[in-house]
Design a protein around this ligand. Structure first.
Ligand code: DX5
Ligand code: ZN
Length: 218
């Protein structure tokens, strides 16, 4: 792959100071932006206007994680708003091939997210349409939840499926990622790591970004 990517999630940041909060993680590779609609998950965050402003306010590529109903309708708009990658949940997506192709044709990376109880195997044929698989390691909706160890075997199976097909997609892990949990995910085959509370609750967020990268690279 193209190496370890650390993607702090601004979900745990101060939403009134997003530009400053992005600047506080300048050592990161991507900035993870959690879009929630109060329907797919029981929480409401932000939408396209804020993504558009944030894209102008930071040099970090925006990794937009759509936890929304009807991502088929909304995903392409997030590319136009400035996202470098757009992730839709397969549980909410009706036309994943069309949606992934639209995201890519507009110039962003396309990713599919799986909730903890959603298996990867039914989607094996979709893999060539995608740039990344996001494996949730908590139920989506909130930061600060405990890492679900039961998701680690799915990371390993996903990497094995990709290898079987000769595909080099990124595998992104999201939820409860910290200095305590990142190594087992990296060992299982993940290479993109979202971390919300672990980074933003740290005294020095940029130092935590570097710390997580070092642990994942081992
Ligand atoms: C949860 C979000 C995550 C969240 C992770 O639904 O998708 O990106 O910010 O937060 P932590 O790292 O605190 O679990
Ligand atoms: Zn997320």
């Amino acid at each position: 792959s193209m190496g370890i990517q650390i993607a702090p999630s601004i979900l745990t940041a101060d939403f009134a100071r997003l530009a400053d909060e992005a600047a506080a993680v300048s050592n990161a590779d991507w900035l993870h932006v959690d879009v929630m609609d109060n329907h797919f998950v029981p929480n409401l965050t932000l939408g396209m206007p804020i993504v558009e402003s944030l894209a102008k306010a930071t040099d970090l590529p925006l990794d937009c994680h759509l936890m929304i109903e009807d991502p088929d309708r909304w995903a392409p708009g997030y590319v136009e708003a400035g996202a470098a990658s757009v992730t839709f949940h397969i549980e909410a997506c009706r036309a994943p091939i069309r949606t992934a192709r639209e995201i890519r044709s507009k110039g962003a990376r396309a990713a599919m997210a799986l909730r903890p109880a959603t298996p990867i195997e039914p989607y094996e044929d979709l893999l060539p349409e995608l740039d990344m698989i996001l494996i949730m390691t908590v139920e989506p909706g909130f930061g600060g939840q405990k890492f679900l160890d039961i998701c680690v075997p799915k990371i390993r199976r996903t990497r094995q499926l990709l290898d079987k097909h000769g595909l080099d997609l990124w595998i992104e892990i999201d939820g409860g990622v910290s200095a305590d949990t990142i190594e087992r995910c990296a060992e299982a085959g993940a290479d993109v790591f979202v971390a919300g509370s672990a980074v933003y609750a740290a005294d020095d967020p940029n130092a935590m970004v570097d710390n997580l990268r070092t642990l994942a690279e081992q």
